[in-house]
Design a protein around this ligand. Structure first.
Ligand SMILES: NC(=O)c1ccc[n+]([C@@H]2O[C@H](COP(=O)([O-])OP(=O)(O)OC[C@H]3O[C@@H](n4cnc5c(N)ncnc54)[C@H](O)[C@@H]3O)[C@@H](O)[C@H]2O)c1
Length: 461
């Protein structure tokens, strides 16, 4: 009886998932094998966009949960920024945010907490230059679009968009408003990733042919924690109805920058496969009992998703996602070229010609890392480690963002990167549903990737 009831409930919930996934099939049928035409450009390209320099970057911060409150505290240490307004649907979080700012001896920001769309009032303020969003995933695009439409630059937590439609909306809005839209891919600013960018630009690895990245992070406890976990359990809810890779950008971003994606090369098509979902159900059964709602619930997200991206210039990138299996954290970060390779996880290692069949010895590795220390790490790395935020990378990212906005420079990650990296979410889901068949990836630059200059070795004076 019990088993039958569970099976019935699982099948019913699977039916709901099937209906929502059916929405993708219309897109899939046009997306593969014929690439759908890019929507007509209404604005002007923002490739290399430079805007008027700001004296101080006045920030309006939306979403003050685990990430947002940390961000707010970190921003108190970042040169050239001021937080003038904050917003969260939970009033106590706004109060805590105000306290964090006054504790740092800064002027108390104006608080917004009047429902799900009060961030619109924050976006409309005259004393906000940059709307910085740390909300759950589905709010990222609406907040960024509204911010740009009200003359503000937008910076959004990852991923910037969850659907291809939203990716285009970000691109079109940035082009029409000529505002920056940066996805805050902090992993591009981690120390090893910056070092390998520096080494790659200096030709140490030769021509880079292949890269790997991942988000392998056992988040089961957080996903199922109704008290201390994600607000309203947004991550678990998304996992109920979406398969593929819902969080590709931590692994993809640094590899894409190194491989000059959108600046000389472009992601052309992908293939994606997933294991069955087992881990979340097992966890819920063990933790809450086999008849608990969380154990009966079906989850569309397979435990491990593997996506392989093929670029126009014939390079490949493998990206994995697993937030369900009990295993150590990894973003892999591996790049392989004609002269050697580097890999960050499980241990930082480099192998180079003429002895590339073995890893560099510790002494030689340290010497090389010192020689190619990235200028950002050399300049602000120590402070970054003191301030913290994923070992310092968050501080480096915010400092570089503030620097570029104050100097009127193009940003390291533009709206085309935000869209291309985020597009893997829906495209991987389509491919998984088609037994891993290839799915074409849109060209969000509308051809401009061919002449765009690769991202340089960025720095701060
Ligand atoms: N880059 C990174 O390393 C990193 C790390 C953690 C989280 N994140 C990202 O940050 C975002 C937030 O994650 P989190 O862990 O802080 O989640 P969380 O659930 O702890 O926080 C989200 C906050 O947004 C608020 N919120 C929800 N809807 C809102 C709305 N309409 N208006 C205003 N506030 C609203 C919630 O009340 C909550 O306080 C996610 O997109 C996540 O992917 C990124």
């Amino acid at each position: 009886m019990k088993t039958n009831r569970r099976n019935f409930l699982r099948t019913a919930a699977a039916g709901i998932a099937a209906v929502s996934l059916a929405d993708f099939s219309a897109f899939a049928s046009t997306a593969n094998p014929i690439r759908p035409p890019e929507p007509e450009r209404k604005g002007k390209s923002v490739m290399g966009l430079a805007c008027e320099p700001l004296k101080t970057v006045r920030i309006g911060l939306v979403g003050l949960g685990m990430r947002g409150l940390d961000t707010l505290e970190r921003l108190m240490f970042v040169e050239g920024v001021e937080v003038t307004a904050i917003c969260d649907v939970i009033p106590e979080r706004v109060t805590a945010g105000k306290k964090a700012v006054t504790k740092a001896k800064r002027k108390e920001p104006v608080g917004y907490s009047n429902g799900e769309e009060d961030w619109k009032n924050l976006c409309e303020r005259d004393d906000v230059d940059l709307v910085y969003s740390c909300t759950p995933w589905l709010w990222h695009t609406p907040v960024s679009v509204y911010a740009m439409k009200h003359g503000k630059h937008a910076a959004t937590e990852v991923p910037a968009a969850m659907t291809i439609g939203d990716c285009w909306e970000l691109v079109n809005t940035a082009e029409e408003t000529r505002r920056h839209c940066m996805m805050l891919e902090n992993c591009c600013y981690d120390f090893f990733e910056l070092n390998t960018l520096n080494m790659a630009r200096k030709g140490v690895f030769g021509e880079i042919m292949y890269g790997e990245g991942a988000y392998i992070h056992d988040l089961r406890w957080l996903k199922f924690d109704r008290v201390n976990g994600y607000a309203g359990m947004w991550r678990l809810k998304y996992n109920m109805t979406h398969n593929g890779n819902p969080y590709p950008t931590h692994g993809l971003g640094p590899v894409a920058q190194i491989m000059c994606i959108n600046r000389g090369d472009r992601m052309d098509y992908l293939n994606s496969i997933s294991t069955n979902q087992v881990g979340m159900t097992r966890y819920a059964e063990e933790k809450f009992g086999s008849l608990s709602p969380d154990a009966i619930q079906t989850y569309a997200l397979g435990d491990m998703n593997t996506t392989v991206i093929h670029t126009v210039n014939g390079k490949t990138i493998m990206i994995q996602h697993d937030t369900t299996s009990p295993r150590p954290y990894s973003r892999i970060h591996m790049i392989s070229g004609t002269k050697g390779m580097a890999r960050k996880w499980p241990v930082e290692q480099i192998a180079l010609e003429p002895k590339a069949h073995q890893w560099l010895k510790k002494k030689d590795y340290s010497k090389l890392m010192k020689e190619y220390e990235h200028p950002l790490a050399a300049k602000i790395g120590k402070t970054a480690k003191k301030v913290g935020g994923h070992g310092g990378m968050d501080y480096i990212m915010d400092s570089r963002l503030s620097y570029c906005l104050r100097k009127g420079l193009p940003l390291d990650q533009d709206v085309y990167d935000a869209a291309a990296w985020s597009s893997v979410i829906e495209l991987s889901s389509i491919s998984v549903n088609k037994r891993g068949n290839s799915v074409d990836m849109p060209d969000f630059t509308r051809g401009e990737w061919k002449d765009a200059k690769p991202l340089g070795i960025v720095t701060i004076d």
